[in-house]
Every structure is written in C-alpha cells, then in structure tokens.
Design a protein around this ligand. Structure first.
Ligand SMILES: [Fe+2]
Length: 115
C-alpha cells in the first residue's frame, strides 16, 4: 500500500488532485496491451490518496520504481518516479534520485507530492 498527500507549495492540501500511476508487474514487465497496473484516482478533500498495488520488479537498467503523474485542478503537471529505499539497483540506475524514495512506515509506503 502506498499512501500520501498532494500539497501545494504553500503546504495546503490539493483536494481532487489527479494521480495517474503505472508500473511493471513483480517480474519487471509492463503490460502494453491490456494496461494492467495503470490507472488513475483523485485525491480526497484532504489531498490524501492510497494505492493498493504490487511491488514492481526491476528490468534491465532500471531499479524497481512506480511512475506517476500528479496534477491539481490547474497549475503544473508533475511527472516523476518513486523508488524503494535500500534497493541494490538504486545507485547504478541513472534516473534514481534519493529525494524520490518512499518512506516505509507501519507496513505502508508513504510519499507526499508538492506541486
Ligand atoms: Fe519504468
């Protein structure tokens, strides 16, 4: 489970923000035909979201990651990726960014987006 909030630069929640996620399955394969493991949702009135999914696998050159696009009702579109702490493939991955590592708290991954 991934949970978090979408916040503005003023740290106020962005109600109804759009979150579009896509990822590989546990073996590192994208479904480019049926598009399983791709979908979107909207943050609630507190800017909160939760995503129940599988842990993505790695594929050549890439450490496990989730893709996400986040957008408020207006303003910028954030397109980014989220990573898992301590994975041995993080450092060799040229796209890996420590600032995009999800926190693992109480058996859930957590990440807050700031637009
Ligand atoms: Fe990817």
């Amino acid at each position: 489970m991934l949970t978090g909030r979408v916040l503005g630069a003023d740290c106020k929640p962005i109600a109804g923000a759009l979150l579009d996620f896509w990822q590989t399955d546990g073996s590192g394969n994208y479904d480019n035909i049926g598009y399983k493991l791709r979908g979107h949702q909207f943050a609630d009135k507190n800017g909160a979201f939760s995503l129940q999914t599988v842990v993505p696998g790695e594929y050549p050159g890439r450490t496990p990651h989730l893709h996400v696009r986040v957008r408020g009702s207006s303003g910028p579109l954030l397109t980014t990726q989220l990573y898992f702490s301590g994975h041995p493939k993080n450092e060799p991955d040229f796209l890996f960014d420590e600032r995009l590592v999800m926190k693992y708290v109480a058996s859930e991954f957590r990440f807050d987006f700031v637009l």
